[in-house]
Design a protein. Sequence first.
Length: 364
Amino acid sequence: MLARTAARPLAFVLAALAAFLGFLASSAPTREEPRTGEAILKEYDGLKPPAFHLDRRDDRAYVESYEAEARKFRARLSGLIDELLKVDPRNERLPKLIVARWGGRDMRDDPDALGKLDKQIAEAVEKTGNVGLRIEGAYVKAGIAARAARAAGDDQAFARAAEAFADVVPKGDERAGGLLYAAYRVVEEPAVRSRLESRIFKDHPDVAARVEAARRRRDAVGKPFDLEFEDAVSGKTIRMADLKGKVVVIDFWATWCGPCIAEMPRMKKLHAEFKDKGVEFIGVSSDAPEEEGKGLTRLKTFVVKHEIGWPQYYQGEGLAFSRGWGVDTIPSVFVVDAEGKIFSTEARGKLETMIPELLAKSGG
């Protein structure tokens, strides 16, 4: 009887102790297992950026709210890429995601971003031997350095950034060729330009034709400019020979080009101001071939709708005229003087001063 009585308090104590331990276990923070790369990528692919409504672009409060949401969205994407780099550094998608992670605003806004990028990639390469990560990281760094150099007007720093990337990638890498060519286009120092040119011809023959066109464009100032075409809207034949005595503005553009469209009101204003003073405008369209994207139809529709009052040269497939002049970015503007010779192949943003200067020289 005594043993049975003593056992009851002991059983009670044990039960209470078990309950208390259970409570502690349930209230303690649980340690989550790292997610798999597959789960991380599933979330990454499922994220959608916030939509921006153009009809509310003048609403300051709305724009600020959108920008805050956009920052949160970018931060979440960056966090997922960081997580993937940590748990699955061998993932085949990771090298390209590194570009998305560090090639965006995070890199420009964070003064320590380059150091963080180097550290992350060095650790991942050491663990996995994934050389692709090192190459993608170098590409991001080259792009950031190139943008910074261009913003500072330091063309030689731009060239060094392009060459640094070309040094770490296999010969023939298209991105290296593109960066070297972009640097070649802006660098002024003859020795640096010659070095870039030699490297492009040696390692990137696919870019050589663009270099030759850029050289033609660079050396064209002071030489005659020849062009003959049928106006895309009126069908009238336009010849540069018939325009001798006038200053001619050649605008390389396209209806799909946002910056081109943004500058069109300014171009129309200049045309209206100077068309009766000895100035002609010509548009050179880079719109798609008609059979592929209804490029000619879109060009005609846009010109008529927006009352663009100067002739349009529709190149169609190949864009041979633009490419032959080294015009691989638009908008781009040439100016031909009253003698029919090229005055500038870099006239974008300079027409307000350039046109009056040429008219004064020609007596217009």
